[in-house]
Every structure is written in C-alpha cells, then in structure tokens.
Design a protein around this ligand. Structure first.
Ligand SMILES: *[C@@H]1O[C@H](CO)[C@@H](O)[C@H](O)[C@H]1NC(C)=O
Ligand SMILES: *[C@@H]1O[C@H](CO)[C@@H](O)[C@H](O)[C@H]1NC(C)=O
Length: 143
C-alpha cells in the first residue's frame, strides 16, 4: 500500500498541463512551425483537442491500442507499450510520450506527420482544426 501511494504521488507530480503560449513557444523552438507544411497554430490546436495540453493523457481505443501524451500518439503504429501489437515507427516506449519534457513527443509527432496521411492522421485535428481560422491558438504568444 505504501508503494502504491508512492507511485500515485509520483504519477501526479509528473503530470504536466502546458499553458497554451508556453507550448507554442516550445513547439516553435523545436522547429514545428511549418514542419512538413503544418503551421504552429495547427500543432497547438491539435494538442488542445487531443489532450487539452496534458502530457499525462492516455486514451484506450476499441482496437486494443492506446493513445499517449500531449499529441495522443497511438501504440498500434508509433510506440511500444509492451502489450499491444505495434509497428513502433518512432522506436520508443509509449511511456516516453508522457514525459513533461516534450522532446520525445515532438520527435515522434514529426515522424507521424511525415507519413502520407500527414496531419490528417489526427482525428481531433480533422474535427476541430482543419479548414478553420486558427489564429486564436497562438494569439498573444509572441511567436
Ligand atoms: C528534454 O530532454 C532533452 C533530451 O534528453 C534534453 O536535451 C533537454 O535539455 C530537456 N529539456 C528540458 C527543458 O529539460
Ligand atoms: C482569423 O481571425 C482573426 C481574429 O479573429 C482575424 O483577425 C483574421 O483576419 C482571420 N483570418 C482570416 C484568414 O479570416
């Protein structure tokens, strides 16, 4: 029980919800603005609707795979979670996508967007960002 409480405390301490503009600045500094033709506002909008900027977000899918982290990257294709069948195209453990340090998640998101589907791989982007005026997502961020 003590071990369980300890683990829960660690899990909560590691959760990190980014501020919209802080995320925009990190993504910009990581070369995401215009990466593979995807604007910075698209990335921020995507993160908003996929995870609400929460690096700790996980969601289970009906096919048995799980989506991880701020960009909700899927274990079927991109990362290994140790139990679902995976192509692991990012060559990482899925838990690395939950880190408050976004460097692994950003590197993997760049890998995802280089695939033929591009940013359309993200359902939330198609539903909430595609074809919209996204200027509010980076407004006032100085980016
Ligand atoms: C995040 O991790 C990368 C790779 O390990 C490291 O180079 C970088 O300094 C870290 N960033 C922060 C803000 O800690
Ligand atoms: C997008 O919205 C902003 C703020 O409402 C506005 O200033 C801008 O002109 C709009 N851009 C387009 C292309 O409609």
């Amino acid at each position: 029980m003590r071990a369980l409480v300890f683990l829960l405390v660690v899990a909560v301490a590691n959760a990190r919800v980014y501020d919209r503009c802080e995320l925009a600045r990190i993504l910009k500094n990581s070369g995401m603005d215009g990466y593979w033709g995807v604007s910075l506002a698209d990335w921020v909008c995507l993160a908003k609707w996929e995870s609400d900027y929460n690096t700790d977000a996980t969601n289970h899918n009906t096919d048995g795979s799980t989506d991880y982290g701020i960009f909700q990257i899927n274990s079927r294709w991109w990362c290994n979670n140790g139990y679902s069948r995976t192509s692991n195209a990012c060559g990482i453990s899925c838990s690395e996508l939950l880190s408050p340090n976004l460097s692994v998640a950003i590197r993997c998101a760049k890998r995802v967007v280089r695939d033929p589907n591009g940013i359309r791989a993200w359902v939330a982007w198609r539903l909430h960002c595609q074809g919209r005026n996204l200027s509010s997502y980076i407004a006032g961020c100085g980016v």
